[in-house]
Design a protein. Structure first.
Length: 331
């Protein structure tokens, strides 16, 4: 189903059986993809909150992570459909800005979820994980786990230029002990310990291919950072095929239920858990408030992050997988 058809149906049908009415606040949600479990859960949270508040929710997604054209079309269609607030996880932090500006010029409040635009001020507000802190936590965990032993790191990233990929990557390096890095660093950095860097687009298949290529370049890799848990699952498949799954540590970010189960099973050593339903919940509430009062959100709202692991390491605060499974992507 294409974006135009999806939104056309959404215009005719209100979420969860709510009767359509002219006075209903209309809120749009545009995610990067329809299939990534993170965005599926975000959509679920938005629908639940919209239902509770009597709002009508329009939804759309790009064909894949990086599909800026699809997101531009979705914005235009949602504005035409009467959305007064649009929530978006930008696939391209810069290229999406002209479409966002057109919507805001028409009085639409635009809130970024999970991923900021570049600059962040291109949207009215941002509800997201502190991705730099998420990276720091898994970097600190890995550093403490290796306790000074030699390390060769593969970094399986998102794709070039995306601020989430950059901040998680650099946060990991900072947590692992690299100096001269901050949340404001805009380039993907590389230390002497990093022997391979590859893009995965947050995809399991691409994560597996990236890991296979990294192992060909350097078979002695013993630590793998991944941008998210689908990429981690792909990396693990490559490591297992090479007979290295027991000697290589994988750390990641997301904290979805499947990812936490992978931590419990020993596939991933630790993950930084974030909360997409909380992002959606707060943003939909802000959209309803704007529709009723004209009050817009402003600035950044930190929606939290927690390190999940079943192996405690000294000096790094974490929660176990029992906590993680109880909280995975919930409010």
């Amino acid at each position: 189903m294409n974006l135009q058809h999806s939104i056309s149906l959404a215009v005719l049908t209100c979420v969860a059986g709510i009767a359509c009415a002219a006075e209903q606040p209309v809120i749009g949600l545009i995610t990067k993809t329809e299939t990534n479990p993170f965005f599926v859960k975000m959509k679920e949270g938005a629908q639940l909150r919209a239902t509770a508040l009597g709002a009508k929710l329009l939804t759309a997604a790009g064909k894949s992570d990086g599909d800026n054209a699809g997101q531009v079309t979705a914005i235009e269609n949602m504005v035409s459909a009467g959305a007064k607030t649009i929530l978006i996880t930008p696939s391209d932090a810069k290229a999406i800005i002209p479409a966002i500006k057109k919507a805001r010029d028409k009085g639409v409040m635009v809130i970024a979820l999970d991923s900021p635009t570049a600059p962040q001020t291109a949207t009215d507000g941002l509800f997201a994980t502190d991705n730099y802190q998420a990276g720091i936590l898994i970097g600190q965990y890995a550093k403490a786990s290796f306790a000074g032993k030699p390390v060769k790191i593969a970094m399986l990233d998102l794709f070039p230029g995306h601020p989430v990929g950059i901040t998680r990557h650099n946060g990991f390096l900072s947590g692992f002990g690299a100096s001269g890095i901050s949340a404001a660093t805009t380039d993907l950095l590389k230390t002497a310990d990093v022997v391979c860097m590859a893009d995965t687009y947050g995809d399991q298949g691409k994560g597996q291919t990236a890991m296979e290529n990294c192992l060909q370049k350097n078979p002695e890799i013993n630590l793998v950072y991944t941008i998210n848990e689908p990429a981690a699952a792909g990396a693990y498949k490559a490591l297992k095929a090479a007979g290295k799954e027991k000697t290589v540590m994988i750390v990641s970010v997301d904290g979805g239920c499947a990812g936490v189960r992978d931590v419990k099973a020993g596939v991933i050593a630790a993950t930084s858990q974030q909360y997409p339903m909380r992002m959606a919940d707060l943003a939909v509430e802000a959209g309803v408030t704007y529709a009723k009062t004209g009050k817009k959100v402003a600035g950044y709202t930190d929606t939290g992050v927690t390190l999940i692991s079943d192996k405690v390491v000294a000096g790094v605060e974490s929660k176990d997988t029992a906590f993680g499974l109880g909280a995975c992507w919930l409010k």
